[in-house]
Design a protein around this ligand. Structure first.
Ligand code: SF4
Length: 480
């Protein structure tokens, strides 16, 4: 999927003005966020588990070539095929060629952010292959023609009534009004597609190097059907999704599931170890694993940003982030929203398209605290801000043209005490006409953004030292 050129500020403002979406975003906090806290509190040695999870990811990413090689060897030993794709185009072409070779008319999909990153649905649909999402949330956003809003709850922004309209429009026009009936309606629509699908495409939560198996974590059961019903199963994974051993997998599953939904274990944990073997009753005739780079090598080669490859896409940082919980997933403009999206999207899509994203954070550190593998997202956001500022790419917006001039002026003023004091007086004189009772509620021009959602105090006009001395003099006078 190509990055959508979205104006972060405009989209964020639009989302903040939408009361229905704001209500839905509160559920992120009241549901997922609180459930994760309770799950962590109820788990013995939670911090120890997080430390172990971080150590496993650090070790794997430091030895990625070794473990990817081991994974590929063992997948092939199990009877599967492995394709390393340098980018989304190569991965898409591989899947399409395979679909043509296997005379595939219908593809069902389950649980894959990487295929969103590839824009695979559009690619296959444009080639005349029916492609249907089967996770309920993904199905809803496919019908709506949108991108996921959240890493694990892609349709969280949709109201029940919007879902009802979408399913009715796609089906026989019946408009169901409660959650259970809507689920059954979607189930009936999808069941028919499952029966005629030739190929399934799933994501991979973890690829296990020592066994050559892949693991999928779901709550709906469609992942298990997708991996066992169609003739061909293609699993697509980002190259960072490998873990060395089954023992490591068990640690990662414990922290992933608790951090994502607050469950101790999800309804389904599906392990796939290649195609159906002789004597087995179900499973695909062919199993293919596509391992995609698509910019991840750039992250791997950057000592400051490499840690982002530790991400297990649990979504906990989104749920903890006060910015995400206001601006929602679509403001981030690409597949990966929230704090981790603000780190990986600018690198995977290019800093030019994602330059606003590293600024979409208060750097409060809530994401770092929530992350099950202790990724220091604020540190990487600062690093990206630094890179953006140093970038040669000219920012043609009015803000981009004026900002360097303003900061140069600021630096010049701050380098001399007398200039600073004169500047403070000037600032107060300039701001006074726009303020009342010591507060500005609507600042003019380029600095207007500061007062869009909060008031700004009128500058004091005098230096701290001068005001401090003045107050001390008054206090001395009062005492004497
Ligand atoms: S950065 Fe951490 S908290 Fe955020 S999605 Fe990745 S693993 Fe989860």
């Amino acid at each position: 999927m190509k990055p959508v050129t979205i104006n972060f500020r405009d989209k964020a403002a639009e989302t903040m003005a939408d009361s229905q979406v704001q209500g839905a975003l509160e559920n992120v906090y009241n549901g997922f966020f609180k459930a994760r806290i309770s799950a962590a509190e109820a788990t013995d040695h939670w911090e120890e588990l997080r430390t172990r999870g971080k150590a496993i990811k650090d070790h794997t990413i430091a030895n990625l070539d070794h473990y990817l090689d081991m994974l590929a060897t063992n997948v092939e030993r199990n009877g599967g095929n492995v394709f390393f794709a340098a980018n989304a185009d190569e991965a898409n072409r591989y899947v399409l060629d395979l679909a043509r070779e296997t005379d595939t008319k219908t593809v069902i999909k389950s649980k894959s952010m990487v295929s969103e990153e590839m824009g695979l649905n559009h690619y296959l649909t444009d080639a005349g292959i029916e492609t249907v999402e089967t996770d309920l949330g993904e199905y809803i956003i496919q019908l709506a023609g949108e991108t996921p809003y959240h890493l694990i709850a892609p349709a969280i922004h949709k109201s029940m009534s919007q879902v009802s309209d979408l399913l009715a429009e796609h089906g026989d026009g019946t408009r169901e009004t409660d959650a259970e009936a809507l689920t059954m309606q979607a189930r009936a629509q999808l069941r028919e597609v499952f029966q005629r699908a030739d190929m399934s495409i799933t994501g991979v939560n973890f690829g296990v190097a020592e066994s050559g198996g892949i693991t999928l974590v779901t709550n709906e059961g469609n992942g298990r059907m997708a991996t066992s019903v169609p003739r061909v199963h293609v699993a697509v994974m980002g190259m960072e999704k490998v873990v060395p051993s089954i023992r490591d997998l068990s640690t990662m599953l414990r922290i992933l599931i608790r951090s994502a939904t607050g469950q101790r274990i999800s309804s389904y944990v599906t392990m796939v170890n290649g195609p159906r073997r002789e004597g087995e009753e179900d499973g695909p005739e062919q199993f293919h694993l596509v391992i995609m780079d698509n910019g991840r090598s750039k992250l791997l080669g950057d000592v400051h940003l490499r840690e982002s490859l530790n991400c297990i896409r649990c979504g906990a940082c989104l749920n903890a982030c006060p910015v995400y919980r206001k601006v929602g997933g679509h403001s981030y403009g690409w597949v990966y929203p929230g704090p981790i999206g603000a780190v990986v999207s600018p690198v995977l899509t290019g800093l030019k398209d994602g330059k606003n994203l590293p600024h979409a954070s208060s750097l409060c550190g809530a994401c770092h605290d929530a992350c099950p593998v202790k990724i220091n997202i604020p540190r990487m956001l600062l690093e990206l801000r630094h890179k953006t500022a140093e970038s040669d790419e000219p920012d043609e917006s009015a803000r981009g043209r004026w900002e360097p001039i303003i900061w140069k002026g600021w630096k010049w003023g701050m380098m001399s005490r007398s200039r600073f004091e004169r500047g403070a007086r000037l600032g107060r004189a300039f701001a006074s006409p726009f303020s009342s009772d010591g507060w500005m509620s609507r600042a003019p021009g380029l600095i207007g953004g500061w007062t869009t959602s909060r008031d700004f105090p009128l500058p004091e006009g005098e230096s701290f030292v001068k005001r401090f001395n003045e107050q001390r003099r008054k206090a001395d006078e009062d005492e004497s």
